[in-house]
Design a binder for this molecule. Structure first.
Ligand SMILES: Cc1cc2nc3c(=O)[nH]c(=O)nc-3n(C[C@H](O)[C@H](O)[C@H](O)COP(=O)(O)O)c2cc1C
Length: 189
C-alpha cells in the first residue's frame, strides 16, 4: 500500500506527521504533491517543503507537482531529497532521466536518459510490470496508452504505433516495441 497526499490542508503542513503515521501503519512508499489542499492547483509546487517529509520517514519518497522536464525532475529531487518524481505533465519521456536515480539524496548521480536498446529495455520492463500488476487482459489494455506515449515521444512511425496499440499478444507487443525503439534517440529532456 502506498500513500499520495499534499503538503497539508493549509499552512498546517501536516504531511510529515501524516507520512510518519502512514509508515508506522505499513505504508511502503509516500508521494507528496508540493501544494496544500487550500492551494488547489494555484501557485508553484514547493519541492523544498517536501524535505520535511523526507526527514520524517525512511520509506521511498516521491516528489510531485510542476515537474515538466528532466531539469525540473533534477531540481525537485535535489530540493526535496526524494527518491523519485511523479510527473503527470510529460508522461512518457521527460522524467526518465531521473527515474531510479535517487539523485535527491546525493547518494547516486542522476543517470543519463536511455536510448536505443536501453530505452527498449526500460519500456518493456514497464510493460511487463503492468501485465504483472493488472493481469494479462487488463494490463495489456492499460499498457496501450503508455506504449503509445513512448512511441510518440521516440518519433516511431504511426503504423508501428497503431500495430502496438491494437495487438492482444503481449510477446508480440514487446517484440514490436523493441523493433520500434532499437535505434531511438534518448527521449527529449
Ligand atoms: C485532471 C486531473 C486529474 C487528477 N486525478 C488524480 C487522481 O485521480 N489521483 C491523484 O492522486 N491525483 C490526481 N491528480 C493530481 C495529479 O496527480 C498531481 O498530483 C497534480 O496534478 C500535481 O502535479 P502536476 O503539477 O504535474 O499536474 C489529478 C490532477 C488533474 C489535473
Amino acid at each position: 500500500v502506498t500513500l499520495k497526499t499534499r503538503l497539508g490542508w493549509d499552512e498546517d503542513r501536516s504531511a510529515p506527521d501524516l507520512a510518519r503515521r502512514a509508515e508506522a501503519a505499513g505504508v511502503r512508499l509516500v508521494t507528496i504533491h508540493g501544494r496544500t489542499r487550500c492551494q488547489f492547483y494555484a501557485g508553484r509546487a514547493d519541492w523544498a517543503a517536501i524535505r520535511a517529509v523526507r526527514e520524517a520517514v525512511t520509506v521511498p519518497l516521491v516528489a510531485n507537482g510542476d515537474i515538466g522536464s528532466a531539469a525540473d525532475a533534477r531540481a525537485a529531487l535535489a530540493l526535496s531529497g526524494a527518491d523519485g518524481v511523479h510527473d503527470r505533465a510529460r508522461r512518457a519521456g521527460k522524467a526518465l532521466a531521473a527515474r531510479a536515480g535517487g539523485g535527491g539524496t546525493g547518494r547516486r548521480p542522476v543517470p543519463a536518459a536511455p536510448a536505443g536498446e536501453a530505452l527498449a529495455d526500460l519500456v518493456c520492463a514497464h510493460h511487463e510490470e503492468m501485465l504483472a500488476f493488472y493481469g494479462r487482459a487488463l494490463g495489456g489494455r492499460v499498457a496501450r496508452k503508455h506504449l503509445g506515449w513512448y512511441l510518440d515521444a521516440a518519433g516511431a512511425p504511426s503504423a508501428a504505433r497503431a500495430t502496438v496499440v491494437t495487438c492482444d499478444d503481449p510477446a508480440r507487443v514487446a517484440a514490436l516495441v523493441r523493433a520500434a525503439l532499437a535505434h531511438a534517440p534518448a527521449l527529449a529532456a
